[in-house]
Design a binder for this molecule. Structure first.
Ligand code: AMP
Length: 140
């Protein structure tokens, strides 16, 4: 765990927020700079920086919270779908060093809101894919 973040202050009630859900493990509040109506952040109450720092039972509890919140958020804003994103580390665009899932409501024909540009100009051939898969299996 690490220092206090803006999200620990929200969880503690020390910063104003539009909190929509809170239990002993997780909290959810509207993003201050929403990219769509209903854009919500779902956070563990403890300030883990990255997903892999969380105890598995807390990660599971957070997933259960997402499971409950996502359809409610979709219904509340009339969304057709949701993009659910976790920027896991600063190089991935994580600005607040406190694990948070973005739940971003999506609408038919809303265009490409979240774009991924490939880092791989020529893709990967089968042997490269196989050796990456091997390397990941070795790490498990
Ligand atoms: P990320 O870039 O994945 O770390 O996302 C951080 C998100 O936190 C951004 O979408 C911000 O708009 C949001 N954010 C920062 N400060 C606050 C705040 N005080 N209340 C709600 N959302 C915030």
């Amino acid at each position: 765990m690490t220092d206090e973040t803006v999200f620990t202050r929200i969880v503690a009630g020390d910063l104003p927020s539009e909190t929509i859900y809170a239990d002993g493990t997780a909290s959810a509040f509207l993003d201050a700079n929403p990219v769509a109506p209903g854009h919500t952040l779902v956070v563990p109450n403890s300030p883990y920086r990255r997903l892999q720092e969380m105890p598995p039972e807390e990660a599971s509890a957070l997933l259960s919270t997402l499971y409950e919140l996502v359809p409610a958020i979709e219904r509340a804003v009339g969304a057709d779908a949701t993009t659910i994103v976790l920027n896991n580390g600063p190089e991935a665009g994580q600005e607040v060093a406190h694990v948070h899932w973005h739940v971003i409501p999506r609408f038919d024909d809303d265009g490409t809101l979240v774009e991924y540009h490939s880092l791989l100009e020529d893709g990967l051939d089968e042997s490269e894919r196989a050796s990456i898969a091997d390397a990941i299996r070795d790490e498990l």
